[in-house]
Ligand binder design. Sequence first.
Ligand code: MD3
Ligand code: FE
Length: 216
Amino acid sequence: MPLNLFHEPPEPSIEPLVDGVALLRAFCRDDAPILLDSITNVASASPFRQMVVPSGHTMSVGMTNCGDLGWTTDRTGYRYTAHDPVTGKPWPPMPSALLDLAQRAANAAGFPTFTSNACLINQYAIGARLSLHQDKNEQDYTHPIVSVSLGLPATFLLGTLHRSDTPRRIRIEHGDVLVWGGPARLIYHGVAPITAGEHPLTGPFRINLTFRRVAI
Ligand code: MD3
Ligand code: FE
């Protein structure tokens, strides 16, 4: 393999990270401008906001949602709702570019019947982080979660089914897509604080989409 002296971005590839996790490097890099336009439209109707978790702490990540259901948290707990508690209106519908990407990624990772009905959109400013957690509010864990990273890079914390195990650190870049299914669906995971930088398409932010199938 020739030495990459020009630090070109990687070619699209699929690698199994651990059992149940497929890393689709650069899978949506070419779609990024239209994805980001779609996200801007969603956020113009349901703005990013920093939610409060049951402990009383305010999350450093700004969040919004699109689709039939959206993930929210407040002092009283985590849940999926059909309405945005800030606007009182239904969450914006899932833009077709987002829905289509989620289906193509799930299909590439071996989940051909996955159709997302809920997309959580996370906006990370410099220093924002997500501590180690499980995603347990969806009820049906046979469906995978598809995650899409745009803008500034991040270090994913990839844990196990046990919170106390030291997580692996995985560098994730603009355009990378991960599909978390089967035995990986309930692993602990998080995001290390975003380090300072500037991305041509998102400026000083990282955007992450997590596409889910939530029981109605
Ligand atoms: C593993 N988001 O929104 S995406 C989340 O980058 C969340 O914003 C992170 O964790 C982010 O809940 C990480 C990777 C991810 C998402 C969902 C998972 C990993 C997952 C669900 C189950 C197992
Ligand atoms: Fe999560």
